[in-house]
Design a protein around this ligand. Structure first.
Ligand code: PEP
Length: 258
């Protein structure tokens, strides 16, 4: 079985001002400099990407990647308010989020757009975190695995096996995001295993499916990170609220070290 390097992302969402974003980037990068053996990324709001990239670049031994929360898939043109992948790459962005539940359920992005974005980002040479997850009513109807599989299969349509080393899946039950509730480690592990089985048996075969990292997201904190991350198919996390505090986020990243 391949060893998967754990990956923890900090999604800052629409929070912080410029000075706070710079300070948080500085503290996170300093706390994680020269290790641990975990990949880490932060996803600041668009207006602060340049500042955060600059700050990260100045921390000796920086190990934190620069990520973007969103983008538009077209290369350029009359798309008022949108930001292209080339613009993000210009700022040093290495990884992008696609299909986050807030973009699916608050902004209204559909599976077709999400798939278009996944393919555009991969074709542009970036890494992608594709988020999937069920709503509470779907969970109560026993649809968790079906929703997860459908969102992942749609999202990855047309993605080539050789591109999958740049894809991470984030399982984020919608009812757990920002609510203080999280899936039990056993429930999360079960959902992750089912996703991996779909990757293996439905999409890409054993070698690729075993190598893809699957993050857990939904109210992860330093206090509950370890018990989630020690599950065999949980390869780190996507962190919202707790990523806004440098010490807390650094502790979560460290908890993901195998
Ligand atoms: C998220 O936004 O991806 C997330 C998991 O948020 P929180 O950690 O705040 O639940």
């Amino acid at each position: 079985m391949p060893t998967r390097k754990p990956f923890v992302g900090g999604n800052w969402k629409m929070n912080l001002n410029r000075a706070e974003a710079r300070a948080l980037a500085q503290s996170v990068a300093s706390a994680l400099a020269n290790g641990p053996a975990v990949e880490a990324a932060v996803f600041p709001p668009f207006p602060y990407l340049s500042d955060v990239g600059e700050v990260l670049g100045k921390v000796p031994g920086n190990a934190v990647k620069l990520g973007a929360q969103d983008f538009y898939h077209q290369p350029n043109g009359a798309f008022t308010g949108e930001v292209s992948l080339a613009m993000l790459k210009d700022l040093g962005v290495q990884v992008v989020l696609v299909g986050h539940s807030e973009r699916r359920h608050v902004i209204g992005e559909c599976d077709v757009l999400i798939n278009t974005k996944v393919r555009a980002a991969l074709d542009a040479g970036l890494e992608v975190i594709l988020c999937v997850g069920e709503k509470l009513e779907q969970r109560e109807l026993g649809q968790t695995d079906a929703i997860n599989a459908a969102q992942m299969v749609y999202g990855l349509a047309g993605v080539k096996p050789e591109q999958m080393s740049r894809v991470t899946i984030a399982y984020e039950p919608v009812w757990a995001i920002g609510t203080g509730k999280n899936a039990t480690p056993a429930d999360a592990q079960s959902a992750h295993r089912r996703l991996r089985e779909t990757l293996i048996h439905g999409l890409f075969g054993q070698a690729v499916g075993e190598a893809v990292r699957i993050q857990y997201g939904g109210s992860v904190k330093a206090a509950n990170a370890k018990e989630l991350f020690t599950q065999p198919d949980i390869d780190g996390g996507l962190i919202g609220g707790a990523s806004l505090k440098a010490e807390e986020f650094a502790a979560i990243v460290k908890a993901a070290a195998k």
